[in-house]
Write a new protein. Structure first.
Length: 520
């Protein structure tokens, strides 16, 4: 189901998604999709022009119409997008699709409903690895968070925070904060100053002067071991918090992992690294990278971990293949959640997405019309890609069902129970909020569908594949493309990019970072 398809660029996303789900295989051409014998039903849900001249209720109606049309023809629906608003009409259409109760036209394609696979969204925060080349000599390293006032300092019960872990210095030595209970008496110092750029930030706010400390209580905010550096910022903390240290060593790379969790204001806060007083890497105005919105987006959040809501909606997040850089501080090479992948109690599973410099290869629009100049792209990413893969697995599960009557709810059950529990965080009742039930496993899912056992994973098959050796070289810093280093020149944390003058504009963001702005 594609959004906004009037322009050339708008068709790129749907083409790449379709290729991942079902590009034809065994033909010696290009790539093979997950369900490479499946048939694609492309649906252009809306056009930019139509949304521009209609209201949001009309947008909801059109999306609902597209979903119910697809439910009459398709065994699986893929929605690699999410919306900034909830649509009652769309919710009801998805309910009818997953239950098999579509009454318009020819009625539902599947009596037991068609599963609806939805991307969780790309606006979350998470661990991101930073690599910065450093010259030989003694240097002052400073991590700082610049804070302005905010109307909404809390994101899902967590105050605005930054965590740092697994620093590796250019000489190869490491700092994981494991031996520290505080920074007092350590090689690090921490301080706080009032934000002089913002007239609202004055002593009348009674700022708490937050400084960096040690986190040892929240395991999800620790990369390895049991501790990380942490800064927690409250609403009245209109200031700049610093973590400093002096280090001497040879030339080489400084690497560290950082997790920034900030609120949804229209530009103000900033996290950055300075070496010898010069900014070398920054999140810049956080609003420039998309608002941090950790929970699973709509309509993926119609899924429910307890199975009490949309039993045929499958919410899919993105996973990575682990630490590919050989970081000696990593407890394991286990996969982890892609830092942008939205998460929470409604997440069902994760599937591969972009990982550091690696992305997903799929089909592209031909020639210069697509993302790349050829017929394929190797730079597709986001939870769009993850959802497309799960849609392919869902199609394969339905095709493998011996009784040919598997319901949408049963497809979801199979995909959940077939998943591998990856990552270092514990699973409670076979799931956690960061990975759902784990990373999808197509072999397990298809085997369970063929056997009719939707609960128990099959025994692992014997492998006669020889071990492969891969070389991986870090070419530059590991931020995603949207995390480009920014200049500090003229930056004032109380200021930032001005909001759009047209208040009736809103954005639909495709799960590959592309956005389409609609002004109503």
């Amino acid at each position: 189901c594609m959004l906004a398809g009037d322009s050339i660029e708008a068709d790129n996303h749907g083409t790449a998604v379709a290729g991942l789900a079902a590009a034809q295989g065994n033909n010696t051409i290009g790539v093979a999709g997950v369900a490479f014998n499946a048939t694609i039903l492309p649906v252009r849900a809306i056009s930019e022009y139509e949304v521009a001249i209609q209201g949001s209720s009309a947008l909801c109606d059109r999306l609902a119409e597209a979903v119910e049309y697809a439910a009459q023809e398709a065994d699986v629906l893929n929605l690699s997008w999410n919306l900034p608003i909830n649509c009652m009409a769309l919710t009801q259409a998805i309910e009818r699709t997953t239950s098999g109760d579509v009454t318009v036209g020819k009625g539902s394609k599947r009596a037991g409903g068609s599963p609806v696979v939805v991307a969780s969204g790309n606006n979350a925060s998470g661990w991101v690895k930073v690599t910065v080349p450093v010259t030989a000599g003694e240097h002052a390293y400073e991590w700082r968070y610049l804070r302005t006032d905010s109307l909404d300092p809390v994101v899902d019960g967590i105050e605005e925070s930054v965590w740092i872990d697994d620093i590796q210095w250019p000489d190869g030595s490491t700092e994981g904060f494991e031996s520290l209970s505080s920074f007092s008496g350590s090689d690090f110092s921490t301080d706080w100053v009032l934000n002089q750029c913002n007239s609202i930030c004055d002593t009348n706010l009674l700022p708490e002067e937050p400084v960096w400390g040690i986190n040892s209580s929240a395991a999800e905010f620790v990369r390895s071991g049991s501790r990380s550096a942490q800064l927690v910022v409250a609403d009245s903390d209109c200031g700049n918090s610093y973590l400093h240290t002096l280090r001497e060593g040879p030339s080489g790379d400084l690497t560290f992992w950082v997790w920034v969790s900030a609120d949804t204001q229209d530009g103000a806060d900033k996290f950055e690294l300075l070496i010898d007083g010069q900014e070398v890497l920054s999140y810049g105005d956080l609003a420039a990278f998309g608002f941090v919105n950790d929970p699973v987006g709509y309509p993926a959040n119609l899924s429910d971990a307890s199975g009490s809501m949309e039993e045929g909606v499958i919410a899919v997040g993105g996973s990575t293949s682990g630490d590919l850089s050989g970081n000696s501080l990593s407890a394991t090479s286990a996969e982890y959640r892609a830092p942008y992948s939205q998460f929470g109690p409604t997440l069902d599973v994760v599937a591969p997405s972009s990982d550091q410099h690696l992305a997903i290869t799929t089909v592209d629009r031909t020639g210069s019309n697509g993302y790349d100049s050829g017929d394929y792209t190797n730079a597709f990413s986001g939870t769009s890609a993850s959802a497309a893969m799960v849609s392919g697995i869902a199609a394969a599960v339905i095709a493998s069902d011996t009784g040919n009557d598997i319901s949408a709810a049963d497809v979801k059950t199979v995909i959940r129970n077939a998943a591998d529990q990856v990552g270092s965080l514990p699973y409670t009742a076979d799931r956690n909020d960061y990975f759902g039930h784990g990373r999808v496993n197509m072999f397990n899912a298809v085997s369970m569908a063929m056997s009719g056992d939707y609960v128990n994973q099959p025994s692992a098959p014997a492998s006669n594949c020889a071990a492969q050796s891969f070389d991986y070289t870090v070419a530059s810093d590991l931020f995603l493309p949207r995390f480009e280093p920014q200049s500090i020149a003229g930056f004032c944390p109380a200021q930032g990019p001005l909001p759009e003058a047209e208040e009736a504009c809103f954005v639909i963001k495709a799960a590959n970072e592309n956005v389409v702005a609609f002004c109503l």
